[in-house]
Design a protein around this ligand. Structure first.
Ligand code: C2E
Ligand code: MG
Ligand code: MG
Ligand code: MG
Length: 280
């Protein structure tokens, strides 16, 4: 707006801008409160194979806001990143999820369960990152071979080598890596091949369009082929219909996550659903 009106533009008071600035400041204050009062909660969503067996789970952060109820992370992760709060909150997420996995691993049915945890680029780039996660590993005694850290392509836009070095340090301890939201970023395929990745996670925006958009179907097909040729696992996220799963299976993608199998739910609900038999 300001640009279009040219260089004689004078910026007058804009009530809409003022309101959004205030909302932003309020959200920021609320986030510090949330951290102080530990208003965080983890939800868990199942990951299934083509037999419908649950092999993994992704931990997803929720904020129990005193007035607004449960808030999804897309609404506040960017602000957690810009305030630096992401380091403390991310540590809480990892520790809580690892404790949960250790607990679940006591059930015979969950012994092989893998746990995926999202790590934001800001958190990963922080100089204290390795020290923090290693402290969590020591405190929780989580089986590292069953932990997957989900990173996004944006992590590799700058300071790639630093990111790669940290990944290698964690890989050496057994941790695995998944590239989340694959296809939505700008990573070069040449560089991707040099990263110590274990899994590509096809973004839900492509998955949800496979049956209606030729272009998206082609993107998903080539992602599956890429994963195959780089010897990576592939999982599709955002699978909502049986028809989407059938298409994915026909194109050799055998791991899925999405509302079709279960929405993200509290740990106790996840446990009941699984032990109640959605897995069998
Ligand atoms: P993501 O890691 O790509 O997670 C998948 C998102 O898609 C989740 O949203 C999930 O609830 C949603 N989803 C799963 N299946 C379906 C489906 O079939 N249909 C549709 N429409 N949506 C589906 P959520 O939980 O709101 O999380 C949004 C994003 O916030 C996550 O995207 C992730 O990037 C970020 N996030 C979540 N938890 C954390 C966390 O602990 N740390 C960090 N740094 N980021 C997190
Ligand atoms: Mg994820
Ligand atoms: Mg994703
Ligand atoms: Mg996402």
């Amino acid at each position: 707006q300001a640009k279009r009106s040219g260089r004689h533009h004078v910026c007058f008071f804009d009530p809409a801008m003022q309101a959004s600035l205030l909302a932003h400041v309020k959200l920021e204050t609320d986030l510090y409160q949330a951290q102080a009062k530990q208003q965080w909660l983890l939800y868990y969503q199942p990951q299934v194979d083509h037999h419908g067996k649950v092999f993994g789970v992704e931990a997803l952060l929720r904020w129990e806001h005193p007035e607004r109820g449960l808030v999804s992370p897309d609404a506040f992760i960017p602000l957690l990143e810009s305030t630096g709060l992401i380091n403390a909150v991310g540590e809480w997420v990892l520790e809580t999820a690892c404790h949960q996995l250790v607990h679940w691993a006591q059930h015979p049915q969950f012994r092989e369960l893998t746990l995926s945890v999202n790590i934001s680029p800001a958190q990963f780039r922080d100089e204290g990152f390795l020290r923090r996660v290693e402290a969590v590993f020591a405190r929780t005694q989580v089986p590292l071979q069953r932990l997957k850290l989900e990173v996004t392509e944006s992590l590799f836009v700058e300071a790639r080598d630093d990111a790669r070095d940290k990944m290698l340090a964690l890989k050496a301890q057994g941790v695995r890596f998944s590239l989340d939201d694959f296809g939505t970023g700008y990573s070069s395929l040449a560089y991707l091949a040099q990263l110590p990745l274990d899994q590509l996670k096809i973004d839900q925006s492509f998955v949800q369009q496979i049956l209606v958009s030729q272009a998206n179907a082609a993107i998903v097909e080539s992602t599956i082929a890429l994963a195959e040729s780089l010897d990576l696992e592939v999982i599709a996220e955002g699978v909502e219909t049986q028809a989407q799963q059938a298409w994915l299976l026909a194109h050799d993608c055998r791991a899925y996550q999405g509302f079709l199998y279960g929405r993200p739910v509290a740990a106790s609900v996840f446990e009941t659903q699984l032990l109640g038999g959605i897995a069998s």
